[in-house]
Design a protein around this ligand. Structure first.
Ligand code: FAD
Length: 412
C-alpha cells in the first residue's frame, strides 16, 4: 500500500449512502486516508441496514434508530461529510466531476459508485396507477406497508423469493389473510434446491399463508383508486386490500452507463472493484465482478461490506483481488435460514436432519461442496462456511451421518 500521508489533499466522493458506501468510507479512514471523503445519498436517512425492513422492523420489533449503521456523530468524528437527500444526476469522467439535480458540482480524485439496486415493478398495464401496491427497498417503503398489516386485512404477495416470503411471514404474524403467488414451478426456484422450497412452503402453510405456485398475476382491479381484487393466471379472482410485489431487483447502473462506463448486468468492474475508468470504482448490489471466470453480481450485506472494504484498499494503492465469500440469511417466523456459498451448478443434495425443526441441505457438484442452506442449524452453517472458504469438501456420506459431530469434518 502507498503512504497514507500522500493522500491528504485528495478528494474521494461516494455516491450511495447505503451498506457498501458506508463500509467503504469507514474502512478508508481506518486505513489512514487523510483526504476528504464525501458520502452522498438520495434518501433522508444516514446509512442503515435493510434486512430488518422485511423482518423485525416491519413486525414492529425494532425502532428506526436501531437500523442505523452508526450514530450521527460517527460521520463528523471520522471526517466523513455525509450529505443526505441529495441525488447525483450525472458524472463527467473527463472533468472528474459529479453533477446534482440542483446544479451543484463536486470534483473528485476517486469516485465510488455504491448506488445499490431498485425493485422491479409490476408492468404499468397491471398496476394501473392504483394505490395499495407496495415494493420493499427502503425505510419509506416499510413505513408505507406497516399500516396495512392489520388483522382482518387480505394481502397478496407476488413473488416467492426471500423478500416476498419474509413479507408474507410478517403479514401472517400480524393477522393478515395472506396469499402468496409464484409464477415459477416452486418458491425459491431461482436460488435454492427443491428441498429448501419444500421446507419453506410447509412452514408458511403451517402459519396459514396460502402459497400458490405456477400461478401468475393476470390483472389488478380497483375501487376508488385503490386495489380491491386480483385476477390470477388460473382464472381465480381474489378480493384483496393490498399487494406487495417482491419480483426481483435491477442494479442502479444508469449513471455509470450515461457516463460511458462499461455496464452489463450492473456496472462492470475488475477484481479490484475498478470500473472501465481507472478513477471510478463500483461496489455492492450495482457492481458486476469477476468470479471463477464469469461476471457476477451478488445482492447481499456480506458482499456489500466486503467489497466496500476491498475498494478502500484499492484506493489506498492495493491490487489485492476481491475473493467473494458468499453468505446470506433470512428470518421467517421462528426459522433462521443461513446460507454459505453459491449453489449454482449443483448436481446433488445431501440432507442432514438435525433435532426438531433444524436441518441442512448440502449442495454438491460431483464431490465438490458448493453451498449449504442451514435451517435453525448454526453449527451446520458455521462448519460448511469454513469448509467452503477453505476449498474443502467432506464426503457426502459423512454429512448425512447424524451421529457424526459436524466439527469433526473440519479436522480432515
Ligand atoms: P444500498 O444499501 O441499497 O445503498 C444504495 C444507496 O444508494 C441507496 O440509499 C440509494 O437510494 C442510493 N442511491 C442510488 N442512486 C443514487 C444517486 N444517483 N444519488 C444518490 N444516492 C443514490 N441481504 C442479506 O445479506 N441478508 C438479508 O436478510 C437481506 N434482507 C434484505 C431485505 C430487504 C427488504 C432488502 C431491500 C434487502 C435485503 N438484503 C439482504 C440485501 C442487502 O440489504 C443489500 O444487498 C445491500 O443493502 C446492498 O448494499 P448497497 O450499498 O449495494 O446498496
Amino acid at each position: 500500500m502507498r503512504d497514507a500521508a500522500s493522500t491528504s489533499d485528495e478528494k474521494t466522493v461516494v455516491i450511495g449512502a447505503g451498506q457498501s458506501g458506508f463500509s467503504f468510507c469507514a474502512r478508508l479512514r481506518e486505513l489512514g486516508y487523510l483526504g476528504d471523503i464525501t458520502l452522498i445519498g438520495d434518501e433522508h436517512h444516514a446509512p442503515y441496514q435493510r434486512p430488518p425492513l422485511s423482518k423485525a422492523y416491519l413486525l414492529g420489533d425494532i425502532s428506526l434508530d436501531r437500523l442505523l449503521l452508526r450514530p450521527s456523530e460517527f460521520y463528523p468524528d471520522q471526517r466523513i461529510e455525509l450529505k443526505t437527500d441529495m441525488r447525483a444526476t450525472g458524472i463527467e469522467p473527463d472533468n472528474k466531476t459529479v453533477t446534482f439535480g440542483n446544479g451543484t458540482r463536486l470534483s473528485y480524485d476517486k469516485l465510488i459508485l455504491a448506488t445499490g439496486s431498485t425493485p422491479r415493478t409490476l408492468p404499468p398495464g397491471l398496476s394501473g396507477g392504483l394505490d395499495g401496491i407496495y415494493y420493499m427497498r427502503s425505510i419509506a417503503d416499510a413505513d408505507a406497508i406497516a399500516p396495512e398489516f392489520r388483522s382482518g386485512r387480505c394481502g397478496l404477495v407476488v413473488g416467492g423469493g426471500y423478500i416476498g416470503l419474509e413479507a408474507a411471514a410478517v403479514a401472517a404474524r400480524r393477522g393478515v389473510k395472506t396469499v402468496l403467488i409464484e409464477a415459477a414451478e416452486r418458491i425459491l426456484q431461482r436460488v435454492a434446491c427443491s428441498q429448501t422450497s419444500d421446507y419453506f412452503r410447509d412452514l408458511h402453510r403451517a402459519h396459514g399463508v396460502d402459497i400458490r405456485e405456477n400461478v401468475g398475476l393476470e390483472a389488478l382491479h380497483g375501487k376508488n383508486g385503490s386495489v380491491s381484487s386480483a385476477t390470477l393466471s388460473d382464472g381465480t379472482l381474489l378480493d384483496i386490500d393490498f399487494v406487495i410485489a417482491g419480483i426481483g431487483i435491477l442494479p442502479n447502473a444508469d449513471l455509470a452507463a450515461a457516463a460511458g462506463l462499461d455496464c452489463e448486468n450492473g456496472i462492470t468492474v475488475d477484481a479490484t472493484c475498478t470500473t472501465s475508468d481507472p478513477d471510478i470504482l463500483a461496489i455492492g448490489d450495482c457492481a458486476c465482478f469477476p468470479r471463477n471466470g464469469v461476471q457476477l453480481r451478488l445482492e447481499s450485506v456480506g458482499n456489500a461490506i466486503d467489497q466496500g472494504q476491498l475498494a478502500a484498499s484499492t484506493v489506498m494503492g492495493s491490487d489485492e483481488p476481491y475473493r467473494a465469500k458468499p453468505w446470506f440469511w433470512s428470518d421467517q417466523y421462528d426459522t433462521k435460514l443461513q446460507i454459505a456459498g453459491l449453489s449454482t451448478g449443483f448436481d446433488s443434495i445431501i440432507v442432514r436432519q438435525g433435532k426438531e425443526a433444524s436441518c441442512s441441505h448440502w449442495y454438491f457438484a460431483g464431490d465438490d461442496l458448493l453451498a449449504v442452506d442451514a435451517m435453525n442449524d448454526p453449527r451446520a452453517y458455521m462448519v460448511a462456511k469454513r469448509l467452503i472458504e477453505a476449498g474443502k469438501s467432506p464426503p457426502a456420506h459423512a454429512v448425512s451421518d447424524i451421529n457424526l459431530d459436524l466439527k469433526d469434518l473440519l479436522k480432515a
